[in-house]
Each structure stands twice: as structure tokens, then as C-alpha cells.
Design a protein around this ligand. Structure first.
Ligand code: NAP
Length: 337
């Protein structure tokens, strides 16, 4: 069976998931949507994706810009088994109603709240909860990063409490209108929403989070302190993460001392768009003192959730019951690890 996937919202996340779907042998993109004839519409056409307008009365704007439009979102839904909703956050409820009316499954992103679907997704932590489900939310880039490193530690050694500080990029690289550009801005809602969001995937994890926005566009950085249920040598945590999919240990000693050098490394790996789908964890920063684990990790916000969207399709469409098999299949197709 080849699953027919629609991409509603061909932006930062949508265009990456579209290419990741195309790289798999058990799913295919049947069309993508946008609301405006910007350059990404041209790129979608050049990539060979059937193009639809997300908003029916915008069709003429595409025609005027010389962009061939196959129809509206409603037409695209007739062609699809499942939709990746890559629209900006908060369109979720409206779009979910449209997908449900068309009898099509929907995957939403981290800009939507858990309540929209009642099921949130991380490939490692709770894949089976999405098996056969109709509406699922893939958690945000930060929550995905926290789940990727914390879940194996939680399973292997047990966790009393996590204290995590998110040092967040202020905007994506193309968002030239957002800031701050010369300030550090604490998120004054304490604790931040990230802790409860992790609990939508790792339900009984005790986690407290705070967040700070800084003037950078290229990655988030997490500074994490974890109280474990037992004493664990640092080397054992290193080994655990060496064997965890979508976690990449990086070395300050080899010149990767900042997020800038991680992104240079991603460029050198030759990944599409210079993406780093894995969570980068500094090897030297992994340190345990008695039962307390300290570590830093960096999140490429535009790309870490992309492989999770692929696994979510497999779970919801019941293509693969075993999360580790889906992770391996996705990773192989995308050249991860
Ligand atoms: P984005 O780059 O702004 O892309 C959004 C896309 O949706 C654009 O192509 C836009 O098209 C289209 N769109 C606008 N209104 C729409 C509508 N009513 N229906 C369908 N499509 C519409 O946003 P993004 O960064 O990809 O974010 C998408 C979701 O992923 C959000 O929930 C976000 O929180 C989440 N997310 C983002 C990141 C990140 O770092 N960017 C990371 C993880 C999760 P036009 O340009 O034509 O208007």
C-alpha cells in the first residue's frame, strides 16, 4: 500500500515533510497547498508537486502569477488518505473540521494544543498511542528534542525530576521581521509550557521547564539537569545516547563548540537544506554527579520534527506496528544516523 499524503501549508515544516514523504517507498505526496503565490509556490511546482490553493477565493492570484492550480483544498482532500497540516499555528480546529468532513486523517504540528487531537506524538516515547488514530499532533521542536534524550534515560534508569531551561532562537532564519535582535527575553510564564507538553508523550515524567529567547536564528539550546533514580556513570549515559536513534553526539574537542559549528557540520554532511534532523548533544557536556545528570543539547528547529511526521503517518495508517522499525525505515530513507 502506498499512502496518499496531502500537505496543507507548504512552508518551513510542510516543504520539508513533503520531500521526506517523497523519499519513502510506502507513501507519496498527492498535492500541496499555499495561500499566496510566493517563491515556495514556484518551488513546489518545480519539484513536481500537484499544487492547490488552501483558500478557494485566492485561486485567481495564483493564476495571475502564472502558477498552475489543480483546485482547492477541498479538491485535494478527495485525493488523499492523510493530511500533514503545515499551516501556521491556530488554524488547527478549522482545518481539522475540514479533514474530518472529507473522511481524511490529519497530522497537526506543535503550534497547536494537545487538546485539538487528544493524542500527541513522539516516535520513541509513544508511537503506539497513535496507531490507527485519525487526528494526531506531532509535538513541537523543543518538546521533540526533550523526548528524544529523556525517554531512553527514563526507561533505562528512571527519573525523579527534570529541570530544563530552553534557550530559544528568536525566529527562523527567514523571519526577518521578528526579534529580539539585541536583547535576552525571559518567558515570564513560569514554568513554561514545554514541561506539560513533554508529559503529553511521557505521561508520568516529572519535568519543570523555563525558557529564554535570544537573538539567534539557527538553533535552540537546552541546558538540562536530571535527578535520576540511581547513580549512573557519565560513560553509561554517553553509550545510551550513542545507541539512541536521532540523537547525535558532537564534540567540542573537534571544534563543535557552538550551535554555529553544528550548523556548519550539517552543511558539510550535505543534508538537504543543511538540515540536522537529529538532536545534537555535546559529549563533553554530559556529566553525572551521584544521581544528578547534567547535559546540553541543541535543536535544529526547522527539521527535527520532520522524521516524526513520517513515523506518525506509518502509525496512523497502520503501516508498521513497531516504532523502532518505522524509525529505522525513515532514517534510512533520509540518510539519518
Ligand atoms: P510557515 O513557515 O509560516 O509556513 C506556513 C505555511 O502555511 C505557508 O506555506 C503558508 O502559506 C501556509 N498557510 C497560511 N495560512 C494557511 C491556511 N489557512 N491554510 C493552509 N495553509 C496556510 O510555518 P511553519 O514554521 O512551517 O509552522 C507550521 C507549524 O509547524 C506551526 O504549528 C508551527 O508551530 C510548527 N512548527 C514550526 C517549527 C519551526 O521552527 N518553524 C518547528 C516545529 C513546529 P502562504 O505563505 O501562502 O500564506
Amino acid at each position: 500500500m502506498v499512502v496518499k499524503v496531502a500537505i496543507n501549508g507548504f512552508g518551513t515544516i510542510g516543504k520539508r515533510v513533503a520531500d521526506a514523504v517523497t523519499a519513502q517507498d510506502d507513501m507519496d505526496v498527492v498535492g500541496v497547498t499555499k495561500t499566496r503565490p510566493t517563491i515556495e509556490a514556484d518551488l513546489a511546482i518545480d519539484a513536481g508537486y500537484p499544487f492547490y490553493t488552501a483558500i478557494a477565493d485566492r485561486k485567481q492570484a495564483f493564476v495571475d502569477a502564472g502558477i498552475e492550480v489543480q483546485g482547492t483544498l477541498d479538491d485535494l482532500l478527495q485525493e488523499a488518505d492523510i493530511v500533514i497540516d503545515g499551516s501556521p499555528g491556530k488554524f488547527g480546529q478549522e482545518n481539522k473540521d475540514k479533514y474530518a468532513a472529507a473522511g481524511v486523517k490529519g497530522i497537526f504540528q506543535g503550534g497547536e494544543k494537545h487538546d485539538l487531537t487528544g493524542v500527541s506524538f513522539n516516535s520513541l516515547a509513544n508511537y503506539s498511542e497513535s496507531f490507527g488514530k485519525d487526528m494526531v499532533r506531532v509535538v513541537s521542536c523543543n518538546t521533540t528534542g526533550l523526548c528524544r534524550t529523556l525517554y531512553p534515560v527514563y526507561k533505562e534508569y528512571g527519573i525523579e525530576t527534570v529541570y530544563a531551561v530552553m534557550i530559544r532562537r528568536s525566529a527562523d532564519p527567514r523571519d526577518s521581521k521578528k526579534g529580539p535582535i539585541n536583547a535576552i527575553e525571559p518567558v515570564l510564564k513560569v514554568p513554561s509550557h514545554h514541561g506539560p507538553d513533554v508529559q503529553t508523550c511521557i505521561h508520568d515524567l516529572n519535568i519543570q521547564t523555563m525558557a529564554v529567547k535570544v537573538p539567534t536564528t539557527i538553533m535552540h539550546l537546552h541546558s538540562n539537569i536530571v535527578e535520576l533514580k540511581q547513580e549512573v556513570p557519565s560513560e553509561d549515559i554517553v553509550k545510551l545516547w550513542e545507541n539512541t536513534p536521532r540523537v547525535k553526539l558532537v564534540d567540542g574537542g573537534k571544534g563543535i563548540a557552538s550551535t554555529a559549528q553544528i550548523m556548519e557540520y550539517a552543511r558539510d554532511l550535505g543534508r538537504p537544506r543543511s538540515d540536522l534532523n537529529e538532536i545534537a548533544v555535546w559529549r563533553e557536556g554530559i556529566h553525572t554527579v551521584g544521581k544528578v545528570l547534567y547535559y546540553y543539547q541543541a535543536i535544529h528547529q526547522e527539521s527535527d520534527v520532520v522524521p516524526e511526521n513520517i513515523d506518525a503517518i506509518r502509525a496512523m495508517m497502520e503501516l508498521e506496528e513497531d516504532n523502532m522499525k518505522s524509525i529505522e525505515k525513515t532514517n534510512n530513507a533520509l540518510g539519518i544516523n
